[in-house]
Write a protein that binds this ligand. Sequence first.
Ligand SMILES: [Zn+2]
Length: 107
Amino acid sequence: MSRATRVERDEFVDKAFEAVGIPLIRFENKRNYILSEVKEKIDILFVGVETSMSEQKINLSDNEEIPICPKCGIPMVISTAKAGKNAGKSFYSCSNCPKCREIIRID
Ligand SMILES: [Zn+2]
C-alpha cells in the first residue's frame, strides 16, 4: 500500500470511529507489547471513568512484555483473583473479558 493510501485510510478510520463514538487506540502491529505503552494509551481513554480496568493493579516493571490473547489477538491485562484457591494471585486476562475468558497464569 502506498503511503498516501495509508494516510487516507487512517483518516477514514478515524472519522468512522469518531462518528460512532468509539475511542480508537492504535497499536503498532508487533508480536509483543510494552506494558507501559499499552497502559498509557488505555489510561488516556479511561481517565475519570470507573471501569473494571481501573481496578486492575499493574505491578510489573515498565519493560515487562505482556502476552497477546491467543483467541482475540489483542494485548491482555493483569488481573488479580478475588476469590477461590488462587485469591490474591495475579494473572493475565483478555482485554475482552468477560466476553473472552482466556487467561494466562503468572507463576
Ligand atoms: Zn480474548
